[in-house]
Ligand binder design. Sequence first.
Ligand SMILES: C[S@@+](CC[C@H](N)C(=O)[O-])C[C@H]1O[C@@H](n2cnc3c(N)ncnc32)[C@H](O)[C@@H]1O
Length: 256
Amino acid sequence: MDDWNARQYLKFEDERTRPVRDLLAQVPLERVRRAVDLGCGPGNSTELLLARFPQAEVVGLDSSPDMLRQARERLPRCQFIETDIAAWTPPERIDLLFANAVFQWIPDHPRVMRKLLEWLPVGGVLAAQMPDNTEEPALALQRKVAAGGPWANDLRIKAAGRDDLPAPETYYDLLRPVCSHIDIWHSIYNHALAAPQAIVEWFKGSSLQPFLAALDGAAREKFLAVYTEEIARAYKPRFDGKVLLRFPRLFIVAVR
Ligand SMILES: C[S@@+](CC[C@H](N)C(=O)[O-])C[C@H]1O[C@@H](n2cnc3c(N)ncnc32)[C@H](O)[C@@H]1O
């Protein structure tokens, strides 16, 4: 996918980092010598990994130069590697593979998760969180606007929508045979945001990116304007003018 814009992503850092904390809280390890933050982004998740396991050697891995630049500025003592997770093989003696909000972007990611788990030593942990929000209005409206405008037949636009996540049972059947323990759960967050426009800003840092990257200049502005109108219709202000962004997320903690 196209490069991520770290600054846009970090506009909602507090909200985006909350699932990192919730995932980390369920990692059943006391001591970690080596951990890898898969899809480390601008280093927000890497920073929390380091805070939980201060003795550990923590490496961040991402495919986006923009994200890695921010991560290196934030954590100059950490090593960051530019690579595609799907093509990466973990080095030996990794205790923890941590992946917050990244596997949803990787084609056939359940198989990639299984391959990574198989590489872990016994007792090693793969901890992952993915947005499970493709049926939420904010994402359904991206597909609606994509299908309804002059860009509808553009192949990049047609391919820009995110696939639904598989059901928990699919992960269980694929991962459980190579685990000693697996924990799968959903959490639904309700983020109070300042206004409908804030929902647009939120998704400009994530799932809107593939749509916007396929358009140029005026078309991009038009797409955003139509999407903003749709969002304002779907997310009504609460008593204080704020809107609630409902956000279901899937968590998986698997012990090799
Ligand atoms: C939503 S951000 C998550 C950032 C951070 N982990 C967090 O918890 O907020 C997803 C990150 O995954 C990276 N990414 C997406 N596909 C990737 C791939 N195939 N290989 C490596 N990184 C990838 C993106 O560049 C982006 O920085």
